[in-house]
Design a protein around this ligand. Sequence first.
Ligand code: ATP
Length: 229
Amino acid sequence: MIRFDHVSKRYSNGFEALKSLNFSIDAGEMVFLTGHSGAGKSTLLKLIMAMEHPSRGQVFVNGSNLTRMPDSQIPYHRRQVSVVFQNHQLLFDRSVFDNVALPLVIAGYAASDIAKRVRAALDKVGLLHKENRLPLELSGGEQQRVGIARAVVNKPKILLADEPTGNLDPELSAEIMDLFRQFNEVGVTMLIASHDIDLLKRQNKRVLALSEGELRADMAPANAGAVHV
Ligand SMILES: Nc1ncnc2c1ncn2[C@@H]1O[C@H](COP(=O)(O)OP(=O)(O)OP(=O)(O)O)[C@@H](O)[C@H]1O
């Protein structure tokens, strides 16, 4: 589903953020990506989103070689791969409903279809009763769940998350992880970047560990408890 073949990323200032990465993630897996600040986690996720391009090597997602993907295909690619950010990136002057509807409005869905899908996504994250609220009227954990509803509203095949629990206390973080597990159980392939070692030790899932742009470990669920960065 996701395959990195000798992928390196050098930014225009010459800094090499990723160094010859090789790994693959199968459809239906839930994998954590960890590493120190600056290890290259966000860069790796941006390559999967085609927001950045490798300087060497190839990235394959869902059967397509992103290196060869024409720009015209990128909006289609981004409908299959969604991302949840730490800071939610919500529009604060729009209601919860409108925030979740945004990807569907951009993709040109009919209004009746949008309403149905938005309510289904809000129901999944337990926020159906708050669809008319503004984001600032919600708690941090609720805002994160709005971000997740928006990421899943168009039923992506792959869900990426960049430090999705960075601002949340352990209890709310565990709730967000439960939610991710539920999406994974219905077939969504998940890759979650987190430097919260305690959190990912409890998840019992495969862990990819980056250090200074190199893949230092690829740990099976049974060994994930030994991870360190
Ligand atoms: N656009 C850019 N131009 C130049 N260097 C960049 C750019 N984006 C990131 N970097 C550098 O690449 C390295 C990896 O950054 P990246 O954001 O991928 O790390 P990260 O593991 O996600 O870190 P954090 O956990 O702090 O978010 C860092 O040293 C960063 O300064």
